[in-house]
Design a binder for this molecule. Structure first.
Ligand SMILES: [Zn+2]
Length: 160
């Protein structure tokens, strides 16, 4: 079973949270992640600068960065997953694996369907092939300087 390492009480907590958020932000089978992020003080930015997604807390603010994908499936999943990290208040003190499992579980619950891992990996793989240099630069955890550049980009966008 995919989420066997998640504690039952943690799953129940995420179930209730995701269900509440679905009631507030889901219509016509789509979750309005922009409004959800805004209402929860998460700065959400779709950017061509990264491959994949990234969630950070920096100077007391929450950020979720999503790679600018053409494929809606990957974008929906990554947005749900990265917002999940911030909604679940993930920091770096719990193990990486549990953190990722929790964000995946949250993403499945809020989107309302299971993640198709094959489709996801395939789309990510294609994206890496399309942008090999960017991928090697950003595939691992972003450097502090690069996170700052992304935050600057977002702030320029919200002011402009
Ligand atoms: Zn993650």
């Amino acid at each position: 079973m995919k989420y066997k390492h998640l504690a039952n009480e943690r799953k129940e907590y995420i179930d209730i949270l995701a269900e509440k958020l679905r009631q507030d932000y889901c219509s016509n089978l789509k979750v309005d992640f922009q409004s959800l992020a805004k209402d929860n003080n998460i700065n959400l930015l779709k950017t061509g600068k990264i491959i994949g997604g990234l969630a950070v807390r920096c100077n007391g603010k929450d950020y979720a960065f999503i790679g600018a994908y053409s494929k809606p499936y990957t974008e929906e999943y990554l947005t749900a997953h990265e917002i999940g990290h911030r909604i679940l208040k993930h920091s770096y003190d719990i193990t990486e694996n549990i953190k990722e499992n929790e964000a995946d579980y949250f993403a499945e619950r809020i989107i309302g369907k299971g993640i198709n891992n094959m489709q996801l990996y395939f789309e990510m793989f294609c994206e890496v092939l399309r942008h090999p240099i960017k991928s090697s630069k950003y595939s691992t955890r972003l450097m502090e300087r690069e996170v700052e550049a992304l935050i600057d980009e977002l702030e320029a966008k919200t002011q402009g």
